[in-house]
Design a protein around this ligand. Structure first.
Ligand code: AMP
Length: 445
């Protein structure tokens, strides 16, 4: 395996990496950095936790550091687009860390806050701009920003951007990019919509895929705990009190469950807080900061709010609710075990969540070890939607919609809200589906 010193990086960048104690590039870095330094476009299939931020940040810093050009007002040389404010801020911090011995200026712009400071940073001149799409377009429309000097364009977490309904904004931004530029495109998954977006952006790209599910996720100690839904809260408290937990991230399906858990955990003496889409950007940022500085030990989050969270040394991930989409399992547990560190992922699975577990095991290609060493274990084979369960003779075939209702967690449980938190554009549809399923359940009573 190569070290960073063999990658043709300039001394100030190498010094910053040494300051961070990084000596060996991660696989996405080892493949992306040489290609990007040669000026190639890159299509990278990698998710948060693989070291992809440094994979695009280092070649850009290296090239800008070599050129030593002055920053010009309102016209950056490099633009990184991120789907969320949290990720934009983290990317900005990574650029500051890796570029700390270079004299480059950067601006980070995102919505949900006043634009005054962001406009001032752009007016002063920034070599690098990290932005979320909506605020970027706002600033461009107001004349605070031109992209005509851009040399590098990075689209990070492209699949998340499309999930969140940013495609029209992306198209508008891509339409403003100069022809002569280098583009680096990263996505955790490559569905056809992403491939076609990448084609509109990249010229003869080098394709690089790293498989975190095989390499990164393998290092995480995963356990499944079968438990009744009503016993989950007590089990969570037991886990958090008993395991050697320094920082735990607990995932819930809904915003309401996140709030309920936060209250109960705090009442039971845990240093806990929740983040989800109903909390203001500032409140989310404050909670993340407290989690980073260890003022909070347990962070309860929905999938949407936890996207792209990069916090080192999360020792445990607990799936309080099983994720609806199996890919989310890989994203969730990938929050622990960062950069080679060990991590533990525990999943609390109640009888109506066994189908989700089967889908996860199919995706990761192996069985998750069972840990039933807790006070109220349930059997592993009580999934009412399980196709292995024989149908009584003459009983009606289960309708696909009733299966979907079980899968989506529409159960009569006061501890859960029937609306899983979704990215903004999917919300209305999910609510409609929820209402439909509830009506069907009423009719069938
Ligand atoms: P990322 O996938 O960019 O969010 O990075 C995941 C974590 O890995 C971050 O906390 C980085 O600080 C860390 N990291 C990135 N590259 C390396 C490396 N080559 N060696 C050690 N840690 C790294």
């Amino acid at each position: 395996m190569k070290t960073f010193s063999e990658l043709n990086l300039i001394a100030p960048v190498l010094r910053a990496l040494a300051d961070e104690n990084y000596d060996t590039p991660t696989p996405i870095q080892a493949q992306t950095i040489p290609a990007a330094l040669r000026g190639r476009d890159v299509l990278g299939c990698a998710q948060t936790g693989t070291g992809k931020t440094a994979a695009f940040a280092l070649p850009i810093l290296n090239k800008l550091g070599k050129q030593s050009r002055k920053a010009t007002a309102n016209s950056p040389y490099a633009l990184v687009l991120s789907p969320t404010r949290e990720l934009a801020i983290q990317i900005g911090e990574s650029f500051s860390t890796y570029g700390k011995h270079l004299h480059l200026r950067q601006a980070v712009v995102y919505g949900g806050v006043h634009q005054r400071k962001q406009v001032r940073d752009l007016n002063r001149g920034a070599h690098l701009l990290i932005a979320t799409p909506g605020r970027l377009l706002d600033l461009m429309n107001q004349g605070h920003l031109q992209l005509n000097q851009l040399k590098f364009f990075v689209l990070d977490e492209a699949d998340r951007m499309l999930d969140m309904g940013f495609l029209p904004d992306l198209r508008r931004i891509i339409g403003q990019l100069p022809e002569q530029r280098q583009s680096l495109f990263f996505s955790a998954t490559l569905p056809s919509s992403i491939v076609s977006l990448s084609r509109s952006l990249l010229h003869n790209p080098v394709s690089i895929t790293v498989t975190p599910s095989a390499s990164h996720v393998e290092k995480i100690e995963q356990r499944i705990m079968f438990v009744e839904r009503g016993a989950k809260k007590a089990l969570l408290r037991k886990i958090l009190a008993g395991e050697d937990i320094q920082r735990a991230l607990v995932f819930t399906k809904t915003k309401r469950t996140a709030n309920v858990l936060e209250k109960q955990l705090v009442r039971n003496g845990f240093k806990a807080a929740a983040i989800h889409g109903d909390k203001s950007q500032n409140a989310r940022q404050r909670v993340l900061q407290s989690f980073r500085s260890k003022k909070i030990q347990v962070l309860v989050a929905t999938d949407v709010a936890a996207r792209g969270i990069d916090i080192d040394r999360i020792t445990h991930v607990v799936n309080f609710d099983m994720p609806i989409e199996p890919e989310s399992y890989v994203h969730r547990i990938g929050r622990t075990g960062r950069a080679g560190a060990a991590g533990v992922a525990l999943s609390l699975c109640c009888p109506d969540e066994h189908r989700e577990l089967r889908l996860i095991e199919r995706l990761i290609g192996r069985k998750v070890p069972v840990d039933n060493d807790h006070p109220q274990p349930t059997s592993q084979h009580r999934d009412p939607a399980s196709p292995r369960r024989p149908r009584r003779r003459g009983a009606p075939k289960p309708r696909p919609s009733s299966k979907r209702a079980v899968t989506a967690g529409f159960v009569d449980d006061p501890s859960t809200d029937s609306v899983p938190e979704r990215a903004p554009h999917g919300k209305r549809q999910t609510r409609r589906k929820g209402a439909r399923n509830k009506q069907r359940a009423k009719r069938s009573k």
